[in-house]
Design a protein around this ligand. Sequence first.
Ligand SMILES: *Cc1c(COP(=O)(O)O)cnc(C)c1O
Length: 359
Amino acid sequence: MNIYVTKTFLPPREEYEKFLDQIWQSHWLTNNGPILQSLEEELKNFLGFEQLLYVSNGTIAIQLIIKALELKGEVITTPYSYCATTTAVLWENCKPVFVDINPHDLNINADLIEEKITDKTSAILATHVYGNPCEVEKIEAIGKKYNIPVIYDAAHAFGAELNGLPVLNYGDASTCSFHATKVFHTIEGGSVMCKNEALFEKLKLYRSFGHVNDDYFSLGINAKNSEFHAAMGRAVLPHLATNIAKRRQKSELYDSLLDFEKLFKPLSHYTEFKSNYAYYPVVFQDADITDKVIAALKEENIYPRRYFYPSLNTLPYAHSQDSCPVSESVVSRVLSLPLYPDLADEDIHRISKIINQHI
Ligand SMILES: *Cc1c(COP(=O)(O)O)cnc(C)c1O
């Protein structure tokens, strides 16, 4: 059996089917249906945050907030994220300006942001990489000083907490992905949260073509999600705490087995941080060793993932001149190791042994 970097959690089938029965009864399949509304309520309660919209994916969530904030010109962002963070900026006709990452947690280096701010800078868009929070206080202070909004791509951070607050609640706005590969998923799906009320009303309209019945208010797009997706969310959410606890146990087993003299694991510097154990990333000493590890694991049908790769400033369509030496180096040396709730402990032993032998 192949082992991949992740394996989507599926709830007991009858827990999903219970919602299917409701759908067959209501005959309401999409367009803000009752199951979607109830999921949205559950998400708001879970996060303790009212202004949240459930949308069709995590990428459209970023595009919606960029559009609603009417961002123009340059957006300061991180080169170390999934490509969607950058493509959302480009898609909305803004220019991504890449600020290199810090070598500890691989988040945007907050100390390098200010020197990249120009009179064209309209926002900061950073990713909480692997669910580890960015330096939120420093970045908030920069946002305030230059009067520009701070947006977080919090696609990795659902279930993580900083200072007792969900990581998703930081920033003027944040987005999340509920894609099947994430800690909490609705097959496809995402959310956008923001603190400003007028902005939230705008996002609501944008999600659904900009109109309410026969009243047409603004431009919009189709960022809605279906009852079937929301039903998966309702069925998966009650298992979140158990799944995070299992992920934690697996992560700690890797921690106890891997040879940290020869590899490095990105970690949050915050002491008041509760991880969601979304990923198990390791950074090797050089690209050759990384390739050897990939080949050795492949022999055993084990497939970790280069995550993230490539450094987004090097995407051909980004046309960026920014140099990000830390990010460019890390992408050639990083692997996310298999991690999911029912990954067998013996497989973690096997994976760790192979890695230790090849570094
Ligand atoms: C998964 C992910 C996205 C994209 O989310 P989708 O729901 O797949 O559109 C964006 N940013 C980051 C950091 C991600 O990990």
